[in-house]
Design a protein around this ligand. Structure first.
Ligand code: SF4
Length: 389
């Protein structure tokens, strides 16, 4: 729900933002036209200051992160030819196609420090050979080997795919996989909900309404989820706002979303990047920060907005901590999906590095669990070397 946010209007230089600032200060919900004005403005610092105030009113000066490991068990996907923005998927016999055996999953899961990793983040392609039984066995096996580790797994699109190939309802898939060990769901696969955009970039994928329906079912069953928006391809600002509006509506209805995570489109190694003549050009820092800040202001019923450093770089993620962001993607190990699409960031970030980024932004780092409960606060920054002697 909107909350009244203390904010100094003099930090705004674009007069179009002043009525919006008044709403933020009064704790009034922003209308779609307000959201569009936020995207259209060139007053990035004014927008960021408002988003920062809104975040501080909810989360104070603390920035959270989770120690997680990504596992991408299969890149085989039946939508390989129609999701033209995707660099990750392969057809079953295409070069580079893979599907992990269970032994490979156990091996990958065991390759990090079991005392540190608190969450497995598991997503992959829509593979005809990876149905309910595959994930049931995987989650049960992971829980048996790492009972303390939370399983955040399978996007709405994957859940719907499993339901279709196993002739089950979405509800039954979710109930069954929860019994096997699924704790929460990630928010990927949303792209942009606009039917026109989907027809261009992912014509056969689950529709926006169907994505929302899967998340609604999960929330009704008590399974918390995240949500996302893939920006920076063919969508308009209005498409973005409509997308955010649908997320805000479901959150009003169920309260089941944990966090909103805008995802930057990467144009390398995919058809869309070639078609748009964008190969080698990622989203701009200006647009990355705008998406995070607008998300913070428009999604007044969300507590958490996360920056995904793999996609926007650690440098932009650090700056985003003053643009409404209160959570950083964790110490990810072996991320494949965005690296196939041209992300040049590291595939893992150490705890020291994540603490350095957060402290460098003048914030207090805190490790959290998958439900955003703070586990430990790192409130004693080491003294600078010159003072330490
Ligand atoms: S975006 Fe997802 S559903 Fe589409 S081709 Fe890639 S892996 Fe498959």
């Amino acid at each position: 729900m909107p909350i009244a946010v203390p904010f100094d209007r003099s930090r705004i230089t674009d007069p179009a933002l002043l009525p919006i600032a008044d709403k933020v200060i009064a704790g009034e919900r922003l209308a779609p036209a307000d959201g569009a004005a936020l995207f259209h403005t060139a007053d990035l610092l004014g927008l960021g200051a408002m988003a920062d105030a809104s975040n501080r009113a909810r989360n104070g000066n603390v920035v959270t992160f989770a120690a997680n490991q990504h596992i991408n068990p299969t890149n085989v996907c039946i939508l390989r030819k129609t999701c033209v923005f995707c660099s990750y998927a392969r057809l079953p016999k295409e070069a580079g196609a893979y599907r992990y055996t269970m032994e490979q999953v156990w091996e990958e899961a065991a390759s990090v420090d079991g005392d540190i990793t608190r969450e497995f983040h598991i997503v992959g392609g829509l593979d005809m050979q990876a149905g309910f039984a595959y994930y049931d066995e995987m989650f049960r096996g992971l829980k048996a080997r790492h009972p303390q580790v939370h399983i955040k797994a399978l996007t709405a699109v994957e859940i719907a795919h499993i339901a279709r190939i196993d002739k089950m309802s979405v509800r039954d898939v979710l109930i069954g996989l929860r019994e096997a060990g699924l704790d929460t769901m990630p928010g990927g696969g949303a792209e942009v909900f606009s039917p026109g955009v989907r027809a261009t970039i992912a014509e056969k994928k689950l529709s926006g309404t169907e994505y929302i329906d899967v998340h609604r079912t999960a929330h009704e069953l008590g399974i918390r989820t995240n949500c996302t928006m893939l920006y920076g391809h063919v969508e308009t600002y209005e498409d973005r706002i409509n997308h955010l509006g649908m997320l805000r509506d479901l959150q009003d209805e169920t309260g089941g979303f944990l966090a909103y995570i805008p995802l930057a489109y990467h144009p390398d190694n995919n058809e869309l990047g070639v078609e748009l003549g964008r190969t080698g050009t990622a989203t701009t820092g200006f647009d990355d920060l705008k998406n995070l800040a607008v998300g913070r202001l428009f999604l007044d019923n969300f507590t958490h907005v996360k920056s995904h450093w793999i996609m926007v770089t650690p440098a932009i993620s650090q700056m985003s901590l003053h643009f409404g962001v209160n959570d950083l993607e964790g110490t990810v190990v072996r991320e494949k999906i965005y690296h196939e699409a041209g992300a040049h960031t590291s595939q893992a970030m150490s705890l020291d590095e994540i603490l350095r980024l957060i402290r460098g932004a003048g914030k207090t780092p805190a490790e959290r669990d998958s439900f955003y409960t703070v586990l430990r606060v790192f409130d004693q920054p080491p003294r600078p070397r010159a003072e330490a002697a």
